[in-house]
Design a protein around this ligand. Structure first.
Ligand code: PSU
Ligand code: MN
Length: 304
């Protein structure tokens, strides 16, 4: 048995059968600098409440799996240095050794499913990195989407990834990739990309019904909902392309590999855009939180 700790509001929502949206914590510890990380995490939680659902930020603290963090826990996690980044391979080991760590998309999906939560909002998922044909750097997030029944709302994939290869792997793994309200697969900082999304849905209730239909068919795995960044918050792809190139070159020069790659690139892009990447990132995460809250409520309405 593992120690599962629900926050007071998640406990109350569960007891009342209200909609809950899972949130990851790696975005807080490894995706954004302090103190903006804590401010953003609190805002995203509030967006979910304002949209009528309950937020459940997930992390492992001193060997306990927390689903929903109290404000002081969020604050200390966001300030802590050297917090472990937990993906599928690491979470059980962290729990067993009494450690503290932040959950990636993959680990958050596992924890959400364990706690009975089916909808999860984040910024961007991990995917196939550029040069994966030599490095084999493919995020465990993709395989998690293929096997754990959680619908993940993200803003597409960052151009730090090889986005066409990421979509190919998702197709191979049988993961539905659904663009919300448009035909193109959104490109994280930009709403549009040159790539068509395999599926399109225009309202949250359809996404909830597709989630429920997969459950009814006994299909393992979740769905990836690709929600475009709001128009006014975009950064043009042409502007970011040279910055991403420079960040990637720095990562290569410093021999960054494994778990270090994504956090390193995110931090370098933040520095090289003088914080603009963060402003856009915040806008899109909040936008995803609102959509996820809607899907979670629609899912409850279906099962009634
Ligand atoms: N992409 C982002 N922001 C993030 C991450 C990815 O735009 O914060 C984080 C997420 O937690 C994601 C993880 O699950 O990085 C992927 O890491 P890796 O590529 O090592 O699997
Ligand atoms: Mn990786």
């Amino acid at each position: 048995m593992i120690d599962l700790v629900l926050s007071s509001e998640v406990r109350a929502a569960k007891d009342a059968g209200r909609a809950i949206v899972a949130l990851e914590s790696t975005i807080i510890t490894h995706g954004m600098p302090y103190p903006q990380n804590v401010e953003v995490a609190a805002k995203v939680e509030q967006d979910i409440r304002d949209a009528g659902a309950t937020p459940a930020t997930i992390a492992v603290i001193n060997g306990k799996l927390h689903v929903g963090l109290e404000p002081d826990q969020l604050q200390s996690l966001g300030q802590a240095k050297g917090v472990a980044k937990l993906s599928r391979a690491d979470m059980a080991a962290c729990i067993a050794t009494g450690g503290t760590g932040a959950t990636t998309v993959a680990a958050t999906m596992i924890a959400a499913h364990y706690a009975g939560i089916e909808i999860f909002a984040t910024g961007g998922i991990g995917g196939v990195h550029k040069g994966a044909e030599t490095t084999f750097d493919i995020s465990a997030d993709l395989h998690e989407l293929a096997q754990t029944r959680v619908t993940v709302v993200a803003a597409g994939a960052k151009a730090i990834l090889d986005v066409p290869k990421t979509l190919e792997v998702l197709e191979t793994l049988g993961v539905p990739v659904i663009a919300y309200g448009q035909d193109a697969f959104p490109a994280f900082w930009s709403a549009q990309s040159q790539l068509a999304a395999p599926l399109r849905m225009d309202d949250a209730a359809q996404i909830a019904r597709a989630h429920a239909a997969r459950n009814a068919l006994g299909l393992p795995g979740g769905q990836l909902v690709a929600n475009p960044i709001p128009e006014g918050d975009q950064i043009p792809a042409e502007e970011l392309a040279p910055i991403i190139k420079a960040a990637q070159a720095d990562a290569d020069t410093h021999g960054i590999s494994g778990k270090g790659v994504t956090p390193y690139l995110l931090q370098r892009i933040f520095e090289l855009t003088e914080g603009r990447s963060l402003t856009a990132n915040i806008a899109l995460v909040r936008n995803n939180a609102r959509l996820a809250a809607q899907i979670a409520q629609d899912l409850i309405n279906i099962s009634r």
